[in-house]
Design a protein around this ligand. Structure first.
Ligand SMILES: [Zn+2]
Length: 145
């Protein structure tokens, strides 16, 4: 951190604290909470899936190193990898959308992709994520958590 010259020790501590607070606020904006994720999911469902996908919960998880999202259709639960935090909102939306569609269509068949592509930037988001990682974008969990 770059500090202005000529600060006293106390001024310096206040400066650092203020900068850290500001940084934390910025991070908070870039990292929506679980509640915001669920609200986002409901919006996407209403806009692109006639509100048919109705998740019970959508939350961040940090134990998914090889996939962006996962879901358990039996429970209506969706998990989004914290690796997506800080990525553009339209990319996070795509992953949410992908998992929402799994609540309606479990497999990655033609009907699945047809619904996912209701999201206008689906193709672009897939390209973005592929650029980030060759890992599988999604894995379904059909068993209970
Ligand atoms: Zn999938």
């Amino acid at each position: 951190m770059l500090l202005p010259a000529g600060l006293s020790r106390v001024d310096e501590e206040q400066w650092v604290r203020r900068m850290l607070d500001r940084l934390a606020a910025k991070e908070q904006r870039r990292r929506p909470s679980d509640t915001e994720l669920l609200e986002r999911a409901m919006e996407l469902s209403v806009r692109y899936l006639d509100g048919k996908a109705r998740p019970a919960s959508v939350r961040w998880v940090d134990n998914q190193q090889h996939r962006w999202g996962s879901c358990t259709p039996d429970h209506g639960t969706i998990r989004i990898s914290t690796r997506l935090r800080g990525m553009p909102a339209w990319v996070v939306d795509y992953v949410i959308m992908h998992e929402l569609v799994h609540l309606l269509v479990p497999s990655h068949g033609p009907r699945f992709w047809e619904l996912v592509d209701h999201y206008p930037r689906a193709e672009r988001a897939r390209g973005f994520l592929e650029g980030f990682s060759m890992a599988m974008a999604c894995q379904m969990e059909t068993n209970a958590e």
